[in-house]
Design a protein around this ligand. Structure first.
Ligand SMILES: NC(=O)C1=CN([C@@H]2O[C@H](COP(=O)(O)OP(=O)(O)OC[C@H]3O[C@@H](n4cnc5c(N)ncnc54)[C@H](O)[C@@H]3O)[C@@H](O)[C@H]2O)[C@H](O)CC1
Ligand SMILES: [K+]
Length: 505
């Protein structure tokens, strides 16, 4: 599913109107109908009052249609009409259509005292959407502050009013508890800095033209800025398994992980390699980790380092279909040389994580040695160490894209909505995962999953998109069953099976 800028969304609306020979009013009706359906799912009790706060653009127009539709379902709905500027045509039409419906409308003009809102009412925020042209100021900014100070549950239409859809946040913004985003996702939904403003967000879909056909109309560049990975597309990327397939078919993975005191990282990542479906796994570990590995994870083969506590000399790599390097390896001088040697000798895409990333950050000349199309999986701090600090989420995505393209790498930036930048310049966002996965070892599990997918012959971009999705979905299924608080990395790994099953459905 494509992620569009506000300008691209406007062009898409026009393309839809032309292609389907409908009016803009009919498109607004579609959007508001889909919103109302989602809203009534969240708030099924029509007795609970709903106050729709409408602006004068099309976001306000949506709000007016929502009010009319809720009324027809017998909801106790009223409207506060904020007279911000000139009404859009569809706002005007729908304002007229409210007459005679028995809906109370209160007018709010600059300077008026704040309207009273019963504390149990759900406030529907329809002041501004994607048409926001500048930060909200003056009286209307104070209205936003007033709404934010109320105890009411706030549901945003499309976006919380005041939110910048395509760039860093400036100015006041409604703090929504729930955002029902219309049509297609906007970049702002994925920015960690916006988490508090958006509350939970959901996408409310309705038929729109195909954005991939927009190109000529938005003038140059791709007609979308990023893509949200969805199950229907990813499910189709899963490889089929055939009756005569065997261990060899699914690849031999090699994992360089663990050191004295961090052997758990090797165990977790190793399990994830095989649970993701690789045929064979060899782990390179320091001598003191040998028993730990063999006892806790008998399915793995072990290559033991000459050093008791660290990995220092890594042997022949020719036999392996994929390599994962980094979890728990530490940053000893001898380990730095071991990493350097693996990067220079291996010629296929590999997975680079954790301490291997920190080693590369401390020795930037290593960046050039990374085999093309390898996967790097930094979290934000590791990303900053590698590629520098950025001012905001949007600048970081820009840097992520540039470094992925320039170095021919797949960069997996691990956040709430993990982003994946590809050597071809694409940016993908992942929708699965939950805060319960913020626990020791889940990153090691991701490294294992990605290494396991590469071993099976998935191309690196597909491996990244699928691996991040499956890992997050496994975490979601585990949290559903066990609660977020209880979750351990091993629960994520042990739910990979259900995640595969669900994705294949
Ligand atoms: N395909 C869809 O998803 C559809 C979504 N729709 C909704 O339309 C809005 C966008 O509507 P638009 O009229 O372009 O803009 P807004 O209503 O967001 O607000 C614009 C309005 O406000 C003025 N304005 C802008 N910034 C400020 C400011 N800082 N202070 C004061 N006034 C400001 C501006 O001049 C306009 O008058 C989208 O979000 C959806 O909710 C449609 O229903 C069609 C289908
Ligand atoms: K809004």
């Amino acid at each position: 599913m494509r992620i569009l800028t506000a300008a691209q969304l406007r062009a898409l609306d026009q393309a839809t109107i032309r292609a389907e020979k409908i009016t803009s009013g009919e498109l607004m009706e579609r959007a508001a109908k889909a919103f109302t359906k989602a809203f009534t799912r969240h708030f099924p009790d029509p007795e609970r009052p709903v106050v729709v706060v409408c602006g004068t653009g099309n976001n306000g127009g949506d709000g007016l249609v929502v009010a009319r539709r809720l009324k027809s379902r017998n909801y106790k709905v009223s409207v506060i009409q904020a007279n911000i500027g000139t009404r859009s045509a569809d706002n005007q039409d729908n304002f007229k259509r409210l007459k005679g419906q028995g809906i109370e409308v209160r007018q709010l003009t600059q300077g008026d005292p704040w309207p009273a809102i019963a504390p149990e009412a759900v406030v529907v925020d329809a002041l501004f959407g994607t048409g926001l042209g500048r930060p909200v100021a003056g009286y209307w900014a104070e209205l936003i502050d007033y709404l934010n100070a109320l105890p009411n549950f706030r549901v945003a239409v499309d976006l919380p009013s005041g939110l910048s859809s395509d760039g860093p946040q400036e100015g006041p913004c409604v703090h929504a508890d729930l955002t029902l985003c219309l049509g297609l996702p906007k970049l702002a939904l994925f920015a960690p800095a916006n988490t508090q403003l958006l509350g939970n967000w959901e996408l409310v879909t309705f038929p729109l033209a195909d954005p991939d056909r927009l190109h000529p109309e938005v003038g140059g560049g791709p007609a979308y800025q990023a893509t949200l990975n969805d199950a229907s597309e990813l499910g189709g990327l899963l490889k089929k398994r055939y009756a005569n397939d065997h261990k060899g078919t699914f690849g031999h993975a090699f994992l360089v992980a663990g050191a004295f005191g961090t052997m758990g990282a090797a165990v977790i990542a190793g399990r994830a390699v095989l649970r993701a479906g690789a045929g064979l796994l060899t782990c390179h570990i320091p001598r003191s980790g040998y028993e730990i590995m063999q006892i806790s994870f008998p399915e793995a083969m072990c290559k033991v380092d000459t050093h008791r506590y660290h990995s220092t000399e890594i042997g022949d790599l020719g036999a392996y279909d994929s390599i994962g390097i980094g979890p728990g390896i530490g940053q000893e001088a001898l380990t730095v040389e071991a990493v350097r040697s693996v990067l220079s000798r291996y010629e296929r895409p590999m997975v680079i994580d954790a301490d291997a990333i920190n080693i590369i950050a401390a020795h930037p000349e290593l960046l050039k040695l990374i085999p093309k199309n390898s996967l790097l999986t930094p979290h934000p701090k590791e990303f900053a160490r590698l590629f520098g600090e950025t001012e905001h989420d949007f600048a970081r995505w820009q840097v992520q894209r540039e470094v992925a393209k320039r170095n021919g790498l797949v960069i997996v930036l691990k956040t709430g909505f993990t982003s994946i930048a590809t050597p071809g310049g694409e940016l993908y966002f992942n929708p699965t995962g939950n805060p319960g996965m913020g626990t020791a070892g889940t990153g090691d599990a991701l490294t294992g999953v990605l290494t396991g997918l590469l071993a099976q012959g998935y191309d690196p971009v597909t491996a990244a998109r699928l691996g991040v999705y499956l890992h997050g979905l496994a975490g979601d299924l585990a949290a559903e069953e066990l609660s977020q608080e209880f979750l351990l990395a091993e629960d994520v790994v042990s739910h990979l099976g259900q995640a595969y099953r669900k994705l294949r459905e």
